[in-house]
Write a protein of this length. Structure first.
Length: 314
């Protein structure tokens, strides 16, 4: 017998959310969605959530199971019972307002997808038949095209939790789908937009979206692709790109990070406001005695590190 501890909330009737528990003996092979359907159809018809395909295709049934976003129709309910624990906690997706119980408002999610212009931009005269692609060209966008817009990555993205302005993993994965498309002719404009605050460089590389994505879209890898295109295109007049370049420069030079130099190089030597913003952080580090050594020494085997850079043609 398992306990389904479900977060309930009807903003029209309740001031605060609460948890309600339902006991149900999970049948062999039942998904989390099968269990929710049983609860709704036999115990409490007011329980609200979205579903449609039951085959991990439509992206409707995104929710949180034991604290992590998942597709309810893809997850075996029994797999959520671990280490003798008999309770499964089910909550709505994060980083979105709740409409009712497990149904969330995707408005902002869609606005961010819209923001990256999710359509092909090509003003060249179309060929007689169609704009073709070789299998190799398609491979560059193959993973991104598998996104089913379930919102699992968006729900668990740590940056979105603190910065609502961040485009988020799903929109950035969608952006890569067009930046990487051999038929799209707006690469540079797209990359310039994506390099603005709230764009690709605001990702903290935590990888959570890769863990949560139920498809090969795995947004963080798409974001890395975007960053590589940004550097290749020379769109480097922004903090994120300068930070990446300074990182590489430091490791190549000394085998490790020069933590005195990287923040300054990332801000840009002529970015007076940005540099002034660093002062309070520097002072706090000084007070806590966490200032890195003023003389930055290379690691003993720095030549080995530099050989790795040469191998990769850097
Ligand atoms: S890797 Fe980036 S986009 Fe993905 S969850 Fe972490 S911060 Fe968000
Ligand atoms: S990238 Fe993955 S987790 Fe994010 S919306 Fe698309 S399918 Fe869902
Ligand atoms: S019901 Fe369609 S993805 Fe789960």
């Amino acid at each position: 017998m398992a306990k389904f501890r479900i977060k309930r909330y009807n903003p029209e009737k309740q001031s605060d959310p609460y948890y309600e528990e339902f006991d149900y003996d999970i049948p062999e092979g039942a998904t989390l969605l099968d269990c929710l359907n049983h609860i709704k159809w036999n115990m409490d018809g007011t329980l609200t959530y979205r579903m449609s395909c039951r085959s991990a295709i439509c992206g409707s049934c995104g929710m949180k199971g034991n604290g992590h976003a998942l597709l309810a129709c893809q997850k075996q309910a029994a797999h959520l019972l671990k280490d003798g624990n008999d309770t499964i906690t089910i909550e709505p997706l994060g980083n979105m307002p709740v409409i009712k119980d497990l149904a969330t408002d995707f408005q902002q999610f869609w606005e961010k997808i819209d923001q990256v212009k999710p359509y092909l931009q090509n003003k060249e005269k179309p060929p007689e038949l169609e704009r073709g692609q070789s299998p190799q060209q398609f491979k560059k966008i193959d993973d991104a095209t598998t996104c089913i817009m379930c919102g699992a990555c968006y729900s668990d993205c740590n940056v979105l939790e603190v910065d609502n302005n961040f485009l988020g993993p799903a929109a950035l994965a969608k952006a890569q789908r067009f930046v990487g498309d051999s038929r799209d002719k707006a690469t540079r404009e797209r990359i310039k937009e994506l390099s603005k605050p709230g764009g690709m460089w605001d990702c903290t590389h935590c990888g959570e979206c890769v863990e949560r994505c139920p498809k090969p879209a795995e947004p963080f890898y798409r974001i890395k692709d975007l960053m590589a295109v940004g550097l290749k295109e020379g769109v480097t007049n922004n903090v994120g790109a300068r930070h990446a370049l300074s990182f590489v420069k430091s490791v190549k030079h000394s085998g490790r990070l020069n933590e005195n130099k990287i923040p300054v190089e990332s801000m840009g030597y002529f970015n007076i406001k940005g540099l002034l913003d660093l002062v309070p952080v520097g002072l706090r580090m000084l007070l806590k005695m966490k200032i890195p050594p003023i003389i930055h020494k290379p690691v003993d085997d720095v030549k080995d590190v530099q050989r790795i850079f040469e191998e990769f043609g850097e």
